[in-house]
Design a protein around this ligand. Structure first.
Ligand code: ADP
Ligand code: MG
Length: 294
């Protein structure tokens, strides 16, 4: 490929809202046959809302919400933003200060709030630390998953104290974008750290047949490597800190411009508006650019 034609492609990309790291990226794009899509924030809006806060027997839902929100206020995760925002609407609640905040990548967050060691995240994160949900909370988790939502467990001082149910919606353009990616000969795969039921619901809604759910960030990379070892040329689209390693591993990494800086840095292309239809444009553009060069 001549450098000039590739430069033209790069300029055209900018007009379409695609930032391309270097002209050579367009050459990689041409060979892609598999496209791995992160769920939250990529196929869905990533603007989560809190549907329900349920406290364990003897606990108050207000405390569960307040301590979780205090901790999540320090998180960049869509779930963190949703939980923190859900108290911002309540004028009477002032969020306590957090010490020793730590992000447990792809699992949740922990820290000390009002002298309590608080943990918020996947139910299995709490279970790993022997904070088991009582039967009522386990029911809430099960029901939330059946409804395609994400249950977040909240515990402190060694005990599970409640569950917060969050959820978001599929972006309006996702189903059409996935149909067009298929038309271009790409096989879409949904890859997520969220629970299998929520992932399946989204996959059904947008027309994806292959779903890999409940994965940890390290397993996202492993999944991309597994596909590559099977001879696939893999594009990956993602937005989160937890997607960065997989974006870097993919033959072509596409970051949502609405996502985290870490994801953008790890990627070859950035879709400025965070719209999957622009991923279709990116693949078309590279094929056209390369066709004119031949
Ligand atoms: P995705 O692959 O959909 O972007 P993540 O890998 O970011 O999901 O997260 C996987 C799961 O870990 C979430 O569905 C959630 O249950 C849990 N989780 C991650 N970060 C947080 C957080 N800040 N607060 C609560 N739960 C979290
Ligand atoms: Mg995401």
């Amino acid at each position: 490929a001549t450098p000039t034609a590739l430069m033209v492609g790069t300029g055209r990309g900018a007009q379409l809202g695609i930032l391309i790291k270097g002209p050579e990226v367009l050459e990689q794009t041409r060979r892609v046959d598999t496209i791995v899509l992160d769920k939250t924030g990529t196929v869905t809006t990533g603007e989560m809302t809190v549907h329900e806060v349920v406290a364990a027997e003897g606990e108050s839902a207000a405390d569960v919400r307040r301590l979780a929100a205090a901790l999540e206020a320090a998180s960049e995760h869509p779930i963190g933003r949703a939980v923190a925002a859900s108290v911002a609407d309540l004028p009477a609640v002032e969020l306590p200060h957090v010490e020793h905040f730590a992000n447990v990548e792809g699992l949740g967050v922990q820290g000390v709030v009002e002298g309590h060691a608080v943990v918020v995240g996947r139910p299995r994160l709490l279970a790993d630390w022997s904070q088991h949900l009582d039967a009522d909370l386990a029911d809430v988790v099960e029901r939330a998953q059946r409804e395609g939502r994400t249950p977040v467990a909240v515990g402190w001082d060694g005990r599970a104290r409640g569950v917060i149910v969050v959820g978001d919606t599929v972006k309006p353009s996702s189903a059409e974008a996935i149909a067009r990616l298929r038309d271009l000969g790409l096989t879409p795969i949904l890859l997520t750290g969220d629970n299998a039921a929520a992932a399946q619901q989204v996959a059904d809604e947008v027309g994806i047949e292959t779903v890999v759910a409940d994965v940890l960030p390290a397993d996202k990379v492993a999944e991309v490597q597994r596909l590559q070892a099977a001879g696939k040329v893999v594009a990956m689209v993602g937005d989160g800190v937890n997607d960065a390693a997989a974006l870097a591993q993919a033959d072509l990494g596409l970051a949502m411009g609405t996502g985290t800086d870490v994801a953008i840095e790890a990627s070859d292309l950035t879709l400025v508006r965070g719209d999957l239809l622009v991923a279709v444009d990116a693949i078309r553009l590279s094929r056209r650019t390369l066709a004119t060069i031949k």
